[in-house]
Structures are given as structure tokens and as C-alpha cells.
Design a protein around this ligand. Structure first.
Ligand SMILES: Cc1cc2nc3c(=O)[nH]c(=O)nc-3n(C[C@H](O)[C@H](O)[C@H](O)COP(=O)(O)OP(=O)(O)OC[C@H]3O[C@@H](n4cnc5c(N)ncnc54)[C@H](O)[C@@H]3O)c2cc1C
Length: 394
């Protein structure tokens, strides 16, 4: 059988893409190698409000609504921003995967789990995929995450400069204790003692917490799990808040942090989500951007079927559209990352955080409430004040 579209990878990118394509009447197959699509994908599980709203995600998938954020930036110093509206929610990724797969199925897509794609060959008029059987399709969507085999095929000399490396514990805790200690806030911890160029997070869910440390892979010299252990057991604030919790799972994974992958389309192929590099280089938020890339890819592929044109030249419009929608965010995210990298530790920029106006901007940045350009423009006066203060005090 010749499929219209085969999507390799049933994460948020692939499932949103399949839902959109199947709604256009195309016959779409999603192949995911896990027991269920995207099952146990390592993630903090924070969805920003824009992701929930723009993709009309069902509120029932939320383990906890998020209305505020706490940022600890120096030993003993922290700030909390409480918003007067919900700013996001925390999910279990297995539940999100099930939900998105259900939506894809309802639109008419077929979703097959435990099906690992090992190879693909781009022929003249179609693509051949090897998994437990051989599949043929007019279009392939590479939605197979950060270690994508399809990305590697299109980019044999992958030039990705920045990769994030993350380690995370899932920790169980009595729901009443979570309510009392964390409420409806996500917590972020900064500083060289917490992470080498990155941050630690505690994202509360129903009866457990995602507790992780992320760092720039190029700056990790020691075992990052040691940082996580220190954070959980010895951080002056976090260790007390986590007292009584129990580790139920440990995972480690990479996340792309250098913007778009060089080549994200070719004859009969497009890349979306982590495979295409659609992750915020500064916060690591990826679910929202991956769903956007899935939606845009679906629009372009649908057009390709209308025109019966699956050539690289026609598909180049995918990159143009994606750049138009999220290119600026990724670009300024990289700029911010480089700014912080100029310093020698993740303590850089911490001085500025004691300013109330700046704190509000940091909260908005972490919760995806403003674009990076808006944040950068609004941060200029605080940055100048901070510069003058540090020059005067020598
Ligand atoms: C520790 C950590 C915490 C994070 N926290 C957040 C957060 O709180 N909020 C947020 O928005 N983002 C977060 N991210 C980023 C986010 O998880 C990713 O950006 C997002 O999952 C990307 O979605 P995707 O669909 O592109 O890829 P994925 O979710 O990685 O899905 C790819 C799927 O493809 C499957 N697959 C891979 N290879 C094959 C193959 N050969 N054949 C078949 N199937 C295959 C995989 O098993 C997987 O199910 C975090 C990332 C990490 C590592």
C-alpha cells in the first residue's frame, strides 16, 4: 500500500501534524517506537497557556494548573510572581501522548506503536521506510525527536552547536504536601552551584514532582546527576521543600538548543519538532514550538498534495513559514544564550534579578507570556541601571 504521509515519531510534533493532515482527508500513518506514542518521554511537563489555548488542549490532561512562578537566583534570594490568571499547566507526557493520539485517531489517522523505523530510502517518486515491515509513502515527516535518524540523513554533518543535557527525577509526594509547599507555582533555580549554564526546576503535578537539572552539554564537566543529587539533598531551600518525597524514576536526555537544524526539508521529506530544532534556546520550552511546526508542516504538505509536487523546491515554503512564525523567537533566544555564555558561570545576569521590574520580565519569559524581543526591549532600562550601579560600586 502507498501511504500519502508517514510520520516517524508520535510526540506532540508528529501527532499534531497527523491530526491536521488526516483532517484534510489524506491517509496518514504515525509510527512510534514506544509501547504507546511518546510514552514516558522525559520532560518537565510544563505547558504554557499559549500552548493550551492555541491548540485547544483539553483541561482534563492537566495534573496541576499553574498560576505563578518562583525563581531562586542566589542563595537565600528568590522572588515569586503570582498572576491573576492561569499561565499554564503541568502534565504527564504519557497522558499528553495518549490524548494527542486520540485526537489524531478521531481525525482519521492511523497510529502504530512499538514500530521503530530503522532506515529510509528516498526514491524518485516515493520513500521507502524499513521497520518491522517495509512501508511506502509519498511524503515522510521526521518527528523522531532530538536523536532523529531522518535529521541525520538530511544533515550528515550535523553542525548543531548547542545541545542541552538534562537529568530528572520524578518524585512522589502526598498531594496535600504538594499543595502546601508548592501550590500552583512552578519553581526555577539558577546559579553556578545549581547547574553549569542552565537551571534546576521543580514542577508540581498531582501526586508527584518533576525535579530536574539542565545544562549546556559543552559546559558539563562532571556528572550532572551529582548536581541533581546535591540540589535535592543539599540546596538550602529545595532540599527542605522536597523532604519526605521519594524518587520513583530517573531519566537523562538531550534537548536541541541552537535553533533550526540546517536542512529541514528535502524531496518527499520534512522535519518537525526537536528533529528540526524547534526548542527555545533559553528556556528549553519545546512542546509548544513542536506543535506549531507540526501544524505548519501539515499546511504545506496538504498544498503539496493539491499540486502533486513533493520536490525540495516546493517544500522550501515550509521553512519560510516556520521562520516567519517562530524564527525570530529562536534567533533572539540564541542571542540571549550567547550573552549569558560570555560569562564564566551561570551566575551571569543574576545581579539584575534583584530589580522588581526585571523579576516580572523573567516570570513572563519563563511562562512564555511575551516574545523575547518584547522582553529584551523592556529589559534595557534595568540592564543600564544595573551596569551603572556595578560601575559606581567598582
Ligand atoms: C528533561 C527535559 C525537560 C523538558 N521540559 C519541557 C517542559 O517542561 N515544557 C516543554 O514545553 N518542553 C520541555 N522539554 C522539551 C520537550 O520535551 C520537547 O521539545 C518535545 O517533546 C519535542 O516534541 P517532538 O514531538 O519533536 O519529539 P519527542 O517528544 O521526542 O517525540 C519523538 C517520538 O519519536 C519516537 N521515535 C524516535 N525515533 C524513532 C524511530 N526511529 N522510529 C519510530 N519512533 C521513533 C520517540 O520514541 C518519541 O516518542 C523538555 C525536554 C527535556 C529533555
Amino acid at each position: 500500500m502507498m501511504w500519502d504521509v508517514i510520520i516517524v515519531g508520535g510526540g506532540p510534533a508528529g501527532l499534531v501534524c497527523s491530526e491536521n493532515l488526516a483532517s484534510c482527508g489524506l491517509n496518514v500513518l504515525v509510527l512510534d517506537d514506544r509501547d504507546e506514542p511518546n510514552m514516558d518521554k522525559l520532560c518537565g511537563g510544563m505547558l504554557t497557556e499559549r500552548a493550551l489555548r492555541e491548540f485547544s488542549l483539553d483541561e482534563n490532561i492537566l495534573e496541576r494548573e499553574i498560576w505563578g512562578v518562583t525563581v531562586a537566583y542566589r542563595e537565600g534570594e528568590s522572588f515569586t510572581i503570582d498572576y491573576d490568571e492561569r499561565v499554564g499547566g503541568n502534565v504527564h507526557r504519557t497522558k499528553l501522548g495518549k490524548y494527542l493520539a486520540q485526537r489524531a485517531l478521531s481525525s482519521g489517522a492511523e497510529v502504530r506503536s512499538k514500530e521503530r523505523v530503522k532506515k529510509l530510502k528516498i526514491r524518485q517518486d516515493y520513500v521507502e521506510l524499513s521497520a518491522s515491515e517495509t512501508y511506502q509513502t509519498k511524503m515522510v515527516v521526521g518527528a523522531d525527536g532530538v536523536n532523529s535518524i531522518i535529521k541525520n540523513l538530511l544533515n550528515p554533518m550535523d553542525d548543531r552547536k548547542s545541545l542541552g543535557f538534562c537529568v530528572q527525577y520524578l518524585m512522589s509526594m502526598e498531594p496535600e504536601l504538594i499543595d502546601e509547599r508548592f501550590g500552583q507555582r512552578n519553581e526555577f533555580y539558577y546559579g553556578g552551584d545549581v547547574s553549569p549554564f542552565g537551571y534546576a526546576w521543580i514542577f508540581p503535578k498531582g501526586d508527584c514532582l518533576a525535579v530536574g537539572v539542565g545544562a549546556l552539554l559543552s559546559r558539563v564537566e562532571e556528572n550532572l546527576k551529582v548536581y541533581l543529587e546535591n540540589f535535592v539533598k543539599r540546596h538550602p531551600v529545595a532540599s527542605k521543600k522536597l523532604a519526605g518525597s521519594k524518587v520513583i524514576r530517573f531519566d537523562a536526555a538531550l534537548v536541541p538548543l541552537s535553533g533550526f537544524t540546517s536542512k529541514i526539508y528535502s524531496n518527499h521529506v520534512v522535519l518537525i519538532g526537536d528533529a528540526a530544532g524547534t526548542v527555545s534556546p533559553i528556556t528549553g520550552e519545546g512542546v509548544y514550538y513542536s506543535m506549531i511546526s507540526g501544524k505548519i508542516a501539515a499546511e504545506v504538505i496538504n498544498k503539496a498534495f493539491q499540486k502533486d509536487n513533493f520536490g525540495e523546491k516546493f517544500l522550501s515554503v515550509y521553512k519560510k513559514k516556520l521562520k516567519k512564525q517562530i524564527g525570530r523567537e529562536l534567533k533572539w533566544g540564541i542571542w540571549l544564550q550567547n550573552y549569558f555564555l560570555k560569562g564564566q558561570s551561570s551566575n551571569v545576569g543574576i545581579g539584575i534579578m534583584s530589580n522588581k521590574g526585571m523579576q516580572k520580565l523573567v516570570g513572563d519569559l519563563l511562562m512564555g507570556r511575551k516574545s523575547y524581543t518584547q522582553i529584551l526591549v523592556q529589559a534595557i532600562p534595568y540592564w543600564i541601571k544595573n551596569k551603572i550601579r556595578s560601575t559606581v560600586s567598582g
